[in-house]
Design a protein around this ligand. Sequence first.
Ligand code: AHR
Length: 496
Amino acid sequence: MKCYLNAERVIGTVNPMIYGHFAEHFHRQIYGGIYDPTSRFADEDGFRTDVLEAMRNIKVPILRWPGGCFVSSYNWKKAVGEGRVAVFDKSWRIEDPNTFGTDEYVKLCRKIGCEPYICTNAGTGTAEEMSDWVEYCNLKNEGEFAKWRITNGYSEPHNIKYWSIGNENWGAHEIGARDTKEWGRLVAESAKMMLHVDPSIQLSAAALTDIDWNVNLLKMAGKYLKWISIHEYFDRLSAVYAPSDYETAMARTARLGRSIESVRGTLMMFGLHKQIRIAFDEWNLRGWHHPFVHKNLTESPDIETVLKARDKNDTNSTYTTADSVFTACFLNDCIRNCDIVGMANFAPVVNTTGAIFTHENGIVKRSTYYVFELMTKYMGESAIGTWIEDVPVEAVSGEQIKMIDVAAATRKSDGALTVSAVNKHDVENRELELVLEGGAAARKTVTVYTVNGASKDSYNDIDSEQVAISVTSFAVGSDTVKVELPPHSVNVIVIE
Ligand code: AHR
């Protein structure tokens, strides 16, 4: 396949927040994951230092919290300061000790060096409660909530810039689900109060690709929003745990880009495409497995059965090169559409279907972890258009899919040309011929960083790392660079 690149053909700036992550009070993500005062890796605040280090290494730019469905009955006021009491979390049907709350979350973000992004309770919560939360976090010392924060030991405001109103309030599964009109009204009223407290915050609101939903939301509340929140899970596992194999996962790449086009179209209808960006603030190839909530509500198995089912998400062998390849394709799509996609949060960051898995004696970096490492360390920020010829298209699990996926950008720090190139084929190499146009022709050194394993089913587990990063480099003397892309590989090609 031939790909023409010209560093002058800049299509936009990639917001580093597309490499963001998410952490929810679900199973072992917070408690027993990032936050585990009983772990031998815990620091003085109870955070696992190995997890912090791994998150810093992939330069996590933004971390969405506390849910997810969890937030739809969450009362933030019960999880700050002294005298916290454990509560029953009605979303996930389990007790939450409330020892990890807003102040611990902000502390965590500061230790990682990432932006906090709070998703508010728009299920059982009210506009007032959401704006009280902004007061607590962002006001200097006015009013009872800022004073409460100071009493709790935080004299300076937390200054949280990114806030989302609600989670998936469009869905019957969510506590406090709304219809389209109710939603537009609630978002508008909540946004007003939150912005009256701190006009510098940036608001998002739960949305869908559904036109009716978005039309009502944008009509009633569009003027208050800077973001529109869309969730994307492609391999639905919530009720039955039967993860897709490599081929089916690749077939699902055919769906990438559809929501971007649909939401872009609706934003354009309202002339809001310059003001509002898409935040894929939960996304992953794999959905989470949690039977006995959302559906099957009348079945109430004992808590051990509920938790045992959730443990299935932590089966490391599920996360193969299918996950690394899919993840890179998703991120490539965000890069190519950087004019409208400004944030994406891999869901979640730790445990469940996340990039990092914790165990008693350390962590496992799953295949997806290394994709974030390549992208955040080597990919550039000035996205450039690519002109592609002869893209191989093949039928895989009933879908016609492009076997190679490419996104390109130049790096601001040194002007290097960077190309993220994925070969989805399960067994065959594919040659990628990069034709360097314009000023790009003067570049002479090529370094290829590759995430791959020996087979498409390779995965990482405790004491066995089958998927890793390898590096090759070579000199180039002409305006054409040929790179052999191994099967099921993710590559970032840096041309200097
Ligand atoms: O399946 C897990 C969940 O996915 C998150 O809590 C929710 O926001 C989404 O439906």
